[in-house]
Every structure is written in C-alpha cells, then in structure tokens.
Design a protein around this ligand. Structure first.
Ligand SMILES: *Cc1c(COP(=O)(O)O)cnc(C)c1O
Length: 227
C-alpha cells in the first residue's frame, strides 16, 4: 500500500469544492452552480461536526430514521443546515420526511406524490423535490421509468401542485455513467425542470460535465463508510 497523508474531511471538502468550481467554469457555468451535498449517512455526529465547523451546511442522509436521530441536535447549534433526503422514502414516512428535510431526491411514484402533497398541506412546509428516474430500466431499482416520467411530472404539477426542482438518477453499477447523465439532462430540459441531482464520489466529474447542479458525495468527503 502506498503511504497517504491522513487528510481530514474539511480538507477533502475544500479540495473537492475547488475542483467543482473549476469543472463548472470549464463547462461555461458559474463556479457556484454546483451544490455539494455531503452525504453523512452512517457517520456519527462526531464525524459531521468538523465539517459543520468548517462552514459547510448542505448534507444528505438516505434514511429518515437515522436523520431523525442525528440531525435535530446538530441543528440546534447549526440552524442554517440544509438537509437532503437521498434514499428511498416509504409513503407512511412522508410526513416525517417533510418535517425533517429541506429537499427530497427520491420522489418516484404516484402514491408517494399524494402522501407528500398531503403532508405539505398539513404542515405548510414545502421541501423541494427531485423525481428519481430509473434511467437504466433496472427492475430492482427505485425510480420512475423514462416512459412514465412525462405523465408523472404532469400529475405532480397539475394534481398535487408539488414544488418540483428537478430530476435525480443513480446509473447502473458497472455501466459508463455518461449516457445516463446525458439522458437525465435531456429529460429535464424537455420537462422544463432546472436541477439535476447526479454524480457520486466515483463519477462526479462526469456528472458536472453533463450539467449536474447537485452532486451527492459521501466517500469523497468522509472517507469509506464503516472503515
Ligand atoms: C450513499 C449515496 C451516495 C454517496 O455515495 P458515495 O459513493 O459514498 O459518494 C450518493 N447518492 C445516494 C443515493 C446514496 O445512497
């Protein structure tokens, strides 16, 4: 194994932020055009705190329950945190998710759209929503199919008046992500949606070059999970 200097999470975040600005500029975009979501799933508060102390405020979690256990206490000190739900959401947890998160990236079916609309009407809170698209048409994967997307977007807008921000995808493992990112960009343009949540630690450069506005980075910021 090569010897590597032990870089802290705030240092990694700083380096990646600079890289994202440079990539955005290279593609003719404003340097602050890409939002870095620091994915803190599985990491305890002690690991998250140095990143908060360094000034970062945008975080992602993939489970409602875990976020409910960790974030209220952190938010008591850092009240300007913006919390993103990036994992699957059950309809019966929609109300809890609406109460806890500022942005939800996993809207992918009519029943969940209805549950979110109900929770928003009841609470008055309106988190921004990304529709997750199953760009690889993988049977086991979450996300609305490409074929069903236009009708679903119309339903979210017309029937539920939901605050749609954009589209999200997770390219199939083992495939080049580029074509999936390009497809998501094309779909978002055709549906007049401004934001693209795409790109993780292994492929964020490709995602930004294809127009990502939100990258979701866990390992690249915090190091390996459970290791
Ligand atoms: C865990 C997760 C990420 C971050 O993954 P890394 O490879 O660690 O950057 C991004 N998006 C989703 C949906 C995730 O579940």
């Amino acid at each position: 194994m090569t010897e590597t200097r032990d870089i802290s999470s705030p240092e990694r975040l700083h380096i990646i932020s600079s890289e994202l600005s440079a990539l955005a500029r290279q593609h003719g975009r404003a340097p602050d055009d890409v939002t870095l979501i620091a994915v803190s799933k599985t990491h305890p508060a002690s690991v998250i705190l140095p990143v908060l102390d360094a000034g970062h405020r945008v975080f992602g979690e993939n489970r409602v329950q875990e976020a409910a256990e960790k974030w209220p206490a952190l938010r008591a000190t850092y009240d300007d945190v913006e919390l993103h739900l990036i994992g699957a959401l059950q309809s019966n947890k929609a109300a809890q998710a609406v109460a806890l998160f500022d942005v939800i990236h996993s809207l992918d079916r009519p029943k969940l759209a209805a549950a979110l609309a109900r929770a928003m009407a009841e609470t008055g809170r309106r988190p921004q929503l990304f529709i997750q698209v199953n760009t690889g048409d993988e049977p086991q994967k979450a996300g609305i199919s490409v074929a069903d997307l236009p009708a679903f977007v119309a339903q979210c807008r017309v029937d539920h008046n939901l605050p749609l921000a954009g589209l999200m995808c997770l390219p199939p493992v083992g495939e080049a992500p580029g074509p999936h990112f390009a497809l998501l960009d094309k779909l978002a343009r055709s549906l007049d949606l401004a934001c693209l949540s795409m790109g993780m630690s292994a492929d964020y450069a490709a995602a930004v070059s294809q127009g990502a506005t939100h990258v979701r980075l866990g390992t690249a910021v915090f190091g390996p999970r459970g290791g």
